[in-house]
Design a protein around this ligand. Structure first.
Ligand SMILES: *Cc1c(COP(=O)(O)O)cnc(C)c1O
Length: 355
């Protein structure tokens, strides 16, 4: 049976990415070797890294003065690496969910953290908008897409201090005005590549301003100076990321992706709002295009498990809500075809008719 992959991460990738990576794992670029057994310093792999960086910059329209680096350690290592490299005395954070909280916890190891606003009292079901960013903060950190709760900041906000964003789960889903940020980062396993590689876009002139000693591997400058080759990069995930970047380019780039993402999300949110069995969990203006969360309507609560099994039998995979939220979450990343969203909607309609 055809599976519809709604996992939140690792998550669906383009068939183009999987097929090309599988081929390269068997034989890489005419080398007679597997991608898994070539030196990262071979000219063939250096070309992969260079092309990945160049395409990353091209697709996101990254201006001069920024570097793109690929690291290990996941977005979670960035939670500490950012304050390590950028915080002199104080940083401001917007608390919009579990990932923000983890970033805040790490930042507190390095100085004063001003949490300017939080939506925790309502299980993070909206994005706070009434807050003041302190002018003396070294940077302001936001999580643009809250993968667990399904809220998203879809505009590039104005910040009086340097803006830093965790875009793990919405990078490449919409055009971004990079110039509004000094640093954007994310684990690649949501919308770009298999797990194992982390991307960082960093404005070069923001670095080198803290007094503390930074361990070599945790210093952004190390990886910028060595073109992400200071130590062995995650070779296979970087190759896969390049395939996804090519796929993005071949499919009209990010503006085209955003159009499709809006369309897919609309189809599912419309059904959630229409269907008497279900209800959305998120304030309408803050609904994510990437992670669509919903629960059973109060009077149909006891049907939750039954719907889960019903949908699973129809090939839906990964629609269980995060364990901290419950209900359902359908992740609709770039590679998810519209047909999968339509299949989920059809299952919701059929289930409604039965009840
Ligand atoms: C998944 C996720 C993370 C954690 O990423 P790791 O690569 O597993 O460390 C951080 N932030 C957001 C928004 C995420 O979705």
């Amino acid at each position: 049976m055809k599976k519809h992959n709604f996992y939140a991460g690792p998550s669906i990738l383009p068939a183009f990415t999987i097929e090309n990576t599988a081929k390269a794992v068997k034989e890489f670029d005419g080398t007679g070797l597997s991608l898994m057994e070539v030196s990262h310093r071979s000219k063939e792999f250096v070309a992969v890294m260079d092309e990945a960086v160049a395409l990353f910059k091209e697709l996101l329209n990254i201006p001069e003065g920024y570097s793109v680096i690929f690291l290990g350690g996941g977005a979670s290592t960035q939670f500490a690496m950012i304050p390590f490299n950028l915080m002199k005395k104080k940083a401001a954070y917007l608390n919009t969910g579990a990932w923000s909280k983890k970033a805040i916890k790490e930042a507190k190891l390095f100085g004063e953290v001003d949490v300017v606003a939080t939506s925790e009292d309502t299980t993070f079901n909206y994005i706070p908008k009434d807050y003041t960013i302190p002018e003396d903060a070294d940077y302001f950190h936001i999580t643009t897409n809250n993968t667990i709760y399904g809220t998203e900041i879809r505009n590039d906000i104005d910040s009086p201090v340097p803006l830093v964003a965790d875009m793990s789960s919405d990078i490449f889903s919409r055009p971004i005005d990079i110039s509004k940020y000094v640093l954007i980062y994310g684990g690649a396993q949501k919308n770009l590549a298999p797990a194992g590689v982390t991307f960082v876009i960093v404005k070069d002139d923001i670095l080198g301003k803290v007094d503390r000693d930074i361990p070599t591997m945790l210093n952004y400058q190390t990886h910028i100076d060595k073109d992400s080759m200071f130590n062995t990069p995650p070779v296979v995930p970087v190759y896969a990321a390049l395939q996804t970047l090519k796929w993005l380019k071949n499919n009209g780039g990010i503006a085209a992706m955003e159009k499709k993402n809006i369309e897919k999300a609309q189809i599912l949110y419309d059904e959630i709002d229409r269907n008497k069995l279900f209800v959305g969990t998120i304030a309408k203006e803050d609904r994510s295009l990437m992670n669509i969360c919903f629960v059973m309507n109060e009077e149909y609560k006891e049907l939750e498990k039954e719907f889960y099994e019903f949908a699973t039998a129809k090939g839906m995979v990964g629609i269980k809500g995060h364990r901290s939220v419950g209900g359902f979450r359908a992740s609709t990343y770039n590679a998810l075809p519209k047909e999968s969203v339509e299949a989920l909607v059809a299952a919701m309609q059929e289930f409604e008719k039965q009840h």
